[in-house]
Design a protein around this ligand. Structure first.
Ligand SMILES: [Zn+2]
Length: 266
């Protein structure tokens, strides 16, 4: 058998056998040699249970689609026929799974440009009994969705890892600081900079100042009154609450303050 010089196409076939007819490479080889072929015409055969079997050598010219035998690999699915020699899409999901796998493998190995159904190069046949371009499109979308899903969960996993790594790093710093191996200053500040609570408290603290500034710039006495009212209300709040509020603010910003204080002491 001659070696193929070009491989740019894969042709999908079926054996056009009824769905309960479980045949394999040996049987198809027998049929094809009876028809005068040297051996089985296809390069691959996918059995009813999805098992992939090798037919003739992958690199030799096949005998499966007259128009493209010299440039293609032939992959056949067992089934696709009716008892009275009709065409029927009766394949098992396992067969499609195997088909997908072998197609991707061959596509990567050779520079495959076209994956077609036998009927696309031989109008008199309905082989392989299903709309190949439509199936390929569906498969592509499915693969894309699957890739997107995998990428999404990968990003999520990486984020979790980053969070864990960061808390590990913080813990390590804390331990080192406790052992006096590392200076206190800077480290906590760095860790705190990404903390949203700082921004939230800062926003609340800034609100009256912003309103006040706006009141001055726009010359709006009403806004100024509102700011005054705010501080009036704030001062009438129970002292335990205002003290707690100051404590919370101090605990968040206090670290930075302490640091400035420490730096100043040096
Ligand atoms: Zn065919």
């Amino acid at each position: 058998m001659d070696k193929r010089q070009i491989t740019d196409t894969i042709v999908i076939h079926c054996t056009q056998t009824p769905k309960d007819m479980d045949i394999d490479v040996a049987k198809v080889t027998e049929w094809h040699t009876q028809r005068g072929f040297d051996t089985i015409g296809y390069h691959y055969l996918i059995k009813r249970d999805g098992t992939l079997q090798s037919g003739r050598d992958e690199d030799v010219v096949g005998a499966h689609a007259v128009a493209v035998n010299g440039t293609s690999i032939g992959v056949a699915l067992v089934g696709g026929g009716t008892v009275d020699m009709g065409w029927e899409n009766n394949f098992n999901p396992e067969q499609f799974e195997t088909l997908k796998t072998i197609l991707l493998k061959l596509k990567e190995k050779y520079n495959i440009e076209k994956i077609i159904g036998h009927y696309q190069v031989e109008a008199s046949k309905e082989c392989p009994s299903f709309d190949v371009p439509e199936w390929l499109e569906k498969m592509a979308w499915f693969s894309l969705a699957k890739i997107a899903l995998q990428a999404g969960s990968k990003i999520y996993a990486n984020r979790q890892k980053t969070k864990m790594a960061m808390s590990d790093a913080q813990l390590m710093h804390a331990e080192k600081m406790a052992r006096g191996e590392e200076a206190y200053q800077g480290k906590l500040l760095e860790a705190r900079q990404s903390d949203w609570k700082d921004e939230f408290v800062l926003l609340i603290l800034s609100a009256p100042i912003v309103v006040l500034a706006w009141a001055v710039i726009s010359d709006d006495p009403e806004a100024m009154d509102k700011v005054k009212l705010f501080f009036e209300y704030f001062s009438t709040l129970p002292s335990w609450f205002t003290n707690l509020w100051i404590l919370v603010v101090a605990s968040i910003f206090g670290i930075k303050g302490t640091q400035i204080f420490r730096n100043g002491k040096k």
